[in-house]
Design a binder for this molecule. Structure first.
Ligand SMILES: Nc1ncnc2c1ncn2[C@@H]1O[C@H](COP(=O)(O)OP(=O)(O)OP(=O)(O)O)[C@@H](O)[C@H]1O
Ligand SMILES: [Mg+2]
Length: 242
């Protein structure tokens, strides 16, 4: 069998968690997704390949996986400055290349069914030299998951994020609206408005859960059903790569 053939047999299904902004619930959703996958007996790995402003997100993902991978496997690139990763890496004289990120993710996830990757910031936030989350979605042939806070402005923000994706990735994308701690007057109507503006969009709302790190079994069955929908089936053995 060709080298490419061997690789494709092991390719995981990639989910790429991105968002409308920073602080909208990407890490919360990534933690829920990987714990849901593990609870369902599926082999999965979650990554935050590039962190800036400390390694807090990476530690969350590392803990959520019970230390199955090292912190450096979960997060190989980390920079101190709390600015976009590209600027933070430059301040430390480092260069992050798309090819190196993809190589790392594929190597660590070689034997899993699902790879879940949290980007940084929004879809077009610069991650490294000449690339952003959109480029990683394309390189991995990942299914994008766009997270947005369900408040006034979310419909436009989500629609912009969808349009930032190439058409193929946009068709595969999920949208998760995270309920804010304090809903505003737009919260209740946003999902229906989004569906009206984007017919066929795969969008769901997930609730604000104060103790969001608690085991998933305590969660409402409806939350678990949404996670299952987003995860979808594993890539069939022998199916196309990435
Ligand atoms: N559904 C939720 N239930 C409870 N708390 C939430 C929820 N979504 C987000 N939060 C809270 O909002 C904070 C920000 O969320 P999170 O860290 O997941 O954002 P992010 O999009 O990953 O941000 P960053 O761009 O910094 O990576 C979390 O620390 C958490 O306290
Ligand atoms: Mg985060």
């Amino acid at each position: 069998m060709s080298k490419a053939g061997r690789r494709s047999r092991r390719a995981p299904r990639w989910l790429f968690v991105t968002g409308t902004d920073t602080g909208v619930g990407k890490t919360v959703l990534t933690v829920w997704l990987v714990r849901h996958l593990h609870a369902a007996g599926r082999r999965a790995a979650a990554f935050k390949p590039i962190c800036s402003g400390g390694r807090g997100d990476a530690r969350e993902l590392w803990r959520a996986q019970g230390g199955a991978w090292t912190l450096d496997e979960v997060n190989p690139w980390h920079f101190g400055a709390p600015v976009a990763p590209l600027l933070a890496s430059r301040r430390e004289g480092q260069v992050v290349r798309l090819s190196a990120v993809v190589r790392h993710l594929r190597r660590v996830a070689a034997a899993v069914e699902f790879g879940v990757v949290e980007g940084a910031g929004g879809v077009l936030s610069p991650l490294g030299e000449g690339f952003d989350s959109r480029d990683l979605v394309v390189a991995l042939r990942a299914d994008p998951v766009i997270v947005g806070m369900n408040r006034l402005g979310a419909v436009s923000q989500v629609r912009l994020a969808l349009r930032a994706l190439p058409p193929g990735a946009r068709r595969r994308a999920w949208v998760i609206l995270m309920e804010p701690a304090r809903p505003d007057r737009a919260t209740a109507g946003n999902l229906a408005l989004l569906r009206e503006c984007e017919p066929g969009v795969k969008a769901r709302v997930l609730p604000w859960i104060l103790r969001w790190r608690e085991p998933l079994v305590r969660m409402d069955g409806a939350v678990r059903r949404v996670l299952e929908e987003v995860v979808g089936p594993a890539r069939p053995r022998g199916g196309a790569a990435g």
